[in-house]
Write a protein that binds this ligand. Structure first.
Ligand code: IFM
Length: 461
């Protein structure tokens, strides 16, 4: 491994937000505590086919996960000890509305009120994501994101939460990575609700976009002081194919992966000229939707992990199917086989900035899982993760020099957790978790951040 370039996080200045991120389903466990209803991820992870196989690679569920519903104070103390000033976590909709809509569950809301208070007491700013994939199962049973009614239920939920916590929470994020909700959930079926259908894809795409637009105004009305953002998985694709067809494939992939989730929110419509596949959204559009889609956002959250490969496909309207690249490209790979390409983060930030629509851009996730991480004599040595952060943060610094208004970075993740359909094998944390005992051990990457950010955590001698 080459030596990473020197990087001093204090060079980002005192106004830069340094945070770590998690998501409710990946850490909380306690699936029925305090009146919680089931989510589509509870259903998905417990699903068995006729051979007894589950959709999760290692057959695990998140019934316990990192037990953070009960251990949130310990986790927030870790955020502080690592020197981070912000903690991005998500709220589980079925804890607030167990049946998706209808009566609000006070006990669920009280839990998050305690989490917010614990953050503030620790001197950590809570950054709250309203939707990180755990749709109430009751809504899925009524059509989920394929149904327009879910958009209105989302607005009711967002209004209730922002109204209740807005006295202490400033930063809100409406959605986490619509790409995965829409494509992994409705096209590839790799994620909940596990559908594989083009009509489901088009409906979900439009309804999640609509919920972002209408939801932004619902949060603004409920909490006029709110700083509202939403997060997007941004993958600048790499096209391949003979001659100019590589470019056609790359542009089609960019339209489907990135532009289709942002441009409708900015009043630019769906990029169907570049990707005619997206004409499939038309049956779900209604007359006033252009106005409803317009999102009232104070910042955009950019989440970057890798650049997807986009080979040309000679199918009209569908010129590429993006996929993760492999070892043949010569880049180092994470344990999930994702190519490590730091300059893709710079490209993602330039792209987000190119619309001129955002005064603030925040990297709301970035991180990597590496194999073979173990606790040895109280230490977890993860030099590749430190190298990963140094290289990606150098891209953020360079983007700022180019004038991109990036003013925050959130590492994914605070701690190892339930990586959706990949189970517990991929470890993304700055803190190692022994899933049998729930013991947390700060990794060397966590100590690296603590050393840079003035955290109190120090490695054992
Ligand atoms: O774990 C996920 C997270 O929930 C959303 N962004 C990508 C992460 C790593 O796959």
């Amino acid at each position: 491994m080459n030596r990473p370039p020197a990087l001093n996080l204090s060079d980002f200045g005192p106004d830069f937000t340094w945070g770590v991120a998690t998501a409710a389903f990946q850490i909380e466990g306690s699936p029925a505590a305090d009146g919680k209803g089931p989510s589509i991820w509870d259903t998905f992870t417990h699903r068995r086919d006729r051979h007894g196989r589950t959709p999760v690679k290692d057959g695990t569920t998140a019934d316990v996960a990192t037990d953070s519903y009960r251990r949130f104070r310990e986790d927030i103390a870790l955020v502080r000890a690592l020197g981070f000033g912000a903690y991005r976590f998500s709220i589980s909709w079925p804890r607030i509305f167990p049946a998706g809509g209808g009566p609000l569950n006070r006990a669920g809301l009280d839990h998050y009120s305690r989490v917010v208070d614990a953050c503030l007491e620790a001197g950590v700013e809570p950054w709250v994501t309203l939707y990180h994939w755990d749709l109430p199962q009751a809504l899925e049973d009524r059509g989920g994101w394929r149904a327009r009614d879910t958009v209105h239920r989302y607005c009711d939920y967002a209004t209730a939460v922002a109204g209740a916590l807005g006295d202490r929470v400033r930063h809100w994020m409406l959605f986490n990575e619509p790409l995965n909700i829409v494509i992994s959930g409705h096209v590839t079926g790799a994620m909940a609700p596990g559908r594989r259908s083009l009509p489901a894809y088009f409906a979900a795409l439009h309804h999640v976009n609509l919920a972002t637009g209408l939801g932004s105004r619902a949060v603004r009305a409920a909490d006029p002081d709110a700083v509202i953002g939403t997060t997007q998985y941004v993958s600048p694709p790499i096209g391949s194919g003979p001659g100019r067809l590589a470019d056609v494939a790359e542009r089609a992939a960019h339209a489907v992966l990135n532009r289709a989730f942002l441009e409708p929110l900015l009043g630019l419509g769906y990029p169907w000229r570049t990707a005619p596949l997206l004409l499939g959204v038309r049956p779900f559009l209604r007359d006033d939707d252009a106005a409803h889609l317009l999102a009232d956002l104070d910042f955009l959250g950019v989440q970057y992990y890798t650049r997807l490969r986009a080979p040309f496909l000679p199918l009209p309207g569908l010129w590429t199917v993006p996929q993760f690249g492999g070892a043949e490209h010569g880049n180092e790979l994470t344990s999930l086989g994702w190519e490590i390409i730091p300059e893709g983060l710079g490209m993602a930030l330039d792209w987000a900035h190119s619309y001129g629509a955002f005064e603030r851009i925040v990297v709301t996730e970035g991180g990597a899982s590496f194999p073979g991480e173990q606790v040895v004599s109280g230490r977890v040595r993860d030099p590749r993760r430190i190298d990963y952060y140094v290289r990606h943060l150098a891209e953020v610094a360079a983007a700022r020099e180019r004038g991109v208004p990036v003013d925050g970075y959130f590492a994914w993740s605070l701690m190892d957790n339930f990586e959706w359909a990949e189970g517990f094998e991929p470890r993304f944390g700055l803190v190692h978790v022994d899933f049998a005992t729930q013991e947390r051990t700060i990794k060397d990457s966590g100590y690296w951040f603590a050393g840079q950010l003035g955290g109190t955590a120090r490695p054992p001698e």
